[in-house]
Design a protein around this ligand. Sequence first.
Ligand code: ADP
Ligand code: ADP
Length: 219
Amino acid sequence: MPTYVVLLGAPGAGKGTQAKRLSQALGLPHISSGDIFRENLKNQTELGELARQYMERGELVPDDVTIAMIRERLSRPDCAPGAILDGFPRTPAQAEALDKMLHDFGGQMDVVLYIKVSQQALIDRLAGRWMCRAHGHIYHERYNPPKQPGICDVDGSELYQRDDDKAETVKHRIEVYQRQTAPLIAYYRERGLLVDVDGEQPIDAVTAALLAAVPQRAE
Ligand code: ADP
Ligand code: ADP
C-alpha cells in the first residue's frame, strides 16, 4: 500500500531541506509544489504563467490549479510506493482533496511532520537562503554554506536568491501561512496524524527527529 509523509511548517522552516533527506532515507520521491511551480515558470508553461502572479506577491496559487497539478504528479509511476509531500497541502481545501486522492490511489497517510520554528528564525533563514538553478538544492550562507560560494556542491550549477525571499514578500508569506496553512496543524492533530518536531536544532538533529517520528513500515 502506498504511504505518504507530509511536511508541514512555515516558509523557511526547513521542509525542502529535510524532504530531500527523508526522500533518500525512506526511498520515496520528494514532491515539492513550490519546485513544480518554479519548474513551470522556468519553462514558461501556461501553468507557470498563471502561478507567476501569485508567487511574486507571496500569495497562494488557487486551490483548483494546485490540486490538479499534485494529483497528476502523484499518479505517475515513480509515486507508486508513496511520496514525501513538501509544501502541499497548504489550505484546508487542499488537505481534503489530498485525503480523497490518497483514498483513490489506495494509499494512506503515514504521518504529518510539523517542523516548528520561531518567526525570527524564519526571517533569518529566508534572508540567507540560496538555491541551485538546476535542481533546487538548498543552501544557507551561514547555516549550510556551499563549499564554493555561488556554486552547488551537488551539480555545480549556479546558486541564486529567490525573488520571493525579499524581506517584504517574506513578511506577507508568513502572514499567508498563519491565515491559510496554520489551521492544518489542528486538522491533522485531531486525526492523530501530527508529530511536532523542534526545527531550531541543527539540520542533522532535525533529520534524526523526523526519521524517528516516521512509523516503521511493514514490507
Ligand atoms: P522551507 O522549504 O520550509 O521553506 P528550506 O528547507 O528551504 O525551508 O530552508 C530555509 C533556509 O533555512 C535554507 O537556507 C536552509 O539552508 C536553512 N535551514 C534549513 N534547516 C535549517 C536548520 N535546521 N538550521 C539552520 N538553517 C536551516
Ligand atoms: P516556501 O517553502 O519557502 O514557502 P515554496 O517553494 O513551498 O516556498 O512555495 C513558493 C510559492 O509557490 C508559494 O509562496 C506559493 O505562491 C506557491 N505554492 C507552493 N505550494 C503551494 C500550494 N500548495 N498551494 C498554493 N500555492 C503554492
